[in-house]
Write a protein that binds this ligand. Structure first.
Ligand code: ZN
Length: 252
């Protein structure tokens, strides 16, 4: 069995959830976490989670969406407390685009970290071009948190070592299959097996050999294949190890 820890089956680009779930099952991808990026997509993630066995929701506010957010965070409370919601995310910092409102991003990131420390569910972190600020806030909260997942990790090996000391899990996405992804391949080679997770982040970041087409949860098999190659291990072992890690961090 395979646990895909990060899919956006709730994305507006996804037309036929049933077929994608079936494709995933045909590839032994039995468990998934559907991740919200704002209030509406979090509601949809939970709807999907309630509809399928072994599919769960992760609800939160993506840093890029936090810049447009003007509501009260209270609207998220019922979603976060629902038993089908197994984590809080994706939250974090993304300084990739010009003119990002870093202060607003940090404000909401910290609000959600503080909320997570009360609700006792793991946090799923989106971090892009903001590793130092992300580290600083996680360092402040990590002892109160119930688990930290760095989703689609794209930082350096050195930075990963620092995050590992905070107890973070490192989730690897389809970008590891890209030929020029030297740094992520190095990360995979040195990440400890007990901290490794796999994901697709679909419908984005389609792995080789389907690059250019729309991504889907079943394609996590290509992520596992590449990790197995890089770690000189069996495909089945990587599948089983990452499945058990996911069950552990999500308390399932
Ligand atoms: Zn995502």
């Amino acid at each position: 069995m395979i646990f895909n820890t990060h899919t956006h089956l709730n994305d507006s680009q996804v037309i036929d959830v049933d077929t994608l779930v079936q494709n995933a099952h045909n590839n032994n991808v039995t468990h998934m976490a559907v991740v919200g990026s704002d209030f509406q997509t979090s509601v949809k993630a939970l709807e999907i989670a309630k509809h399928y066995e072994n599919i769960y929701a992760i609800c939160g506010l993506h840093p890029n969406d936090s810049e447009l957010f003007n509501d009260s965070l209270q609207i998220f409370f019922p979603l976060l407390q629902d038993p089908r919601t197994i984590g809080i995310g994706e939250i974090g910092l993304d300084y990739h685009y010009e003119n990002t409102n870093k202060e607003k991003q940090k404000y909401y990131f910290e609000k959600f970290l503080s909320l997570a420390s009360e609700i006792h569910k793991p946090v799923i972190i989106h971090c892009r071009d903001a590793y130092l600020d992300t580290y600083e806030l996680l360092e402040k909260y990590h002892q109160k948190l119930d688990g930290i997942i760095l989703h689609c990790y794209s930082g350096s090996v050195e930075m990963m070592q620092r995050f590992l000391k905070l107890g973070c899990y490192i989730s690897i996405a389809g970008t590891v299959t890209f030929k020029n992804a030297k740094e992520i391949k190095e990360v995979v080679q040195s990440v400890p097996l007990n901290k490794l997770l796999v994901e697709t982040d679909d419908p984005y970041l389609t792995p080789v050999p389907y690059r250019g087409k729309q991504n889907q949860p079943a394609y996590v098999v290509f992520v596992i294949q590449e990790i197995a190659k890089l770690k000189a291990m069996n495909y089945d072992d990587i599948a089983a190890i990452t499945f058990n890690n996911a069950k552990k961090v999500f308390h399932l």
